[in-house]
Design a protein around this ligand. Sequence first.
Ligand code: ZN
Length: 90
Amino acid sequence: MTEQPRTVVRTGSPQPQRKTTSMCQHQPPCPSADSPDREAAHLVAHHPEQGWSLLCNGVLLFEDTGELLPDGKIIAPHRPLDAARVATAA
Ligand SMILES: [Zn+2]
């Protein structure tokens, strides 16, 4: 009679979902930088005098609504700010 060592099948080893560059420690976590909701993330730095804000998902948000993503991708300004200059034609 041979005694066979029992093979322990390990299941459910903890594997936290790895998200790309995220400084976010909020619960629930903020939208990631590649999410369409990225602007909903919390501000971690706000520099209105320089015209930019840093979100906790690594997105750099500029006051003209342009964005710089943590992977270097640039999002062009997407919110029309021309409401102020509609009246002035000259
Ligand atoms: Zn966050």
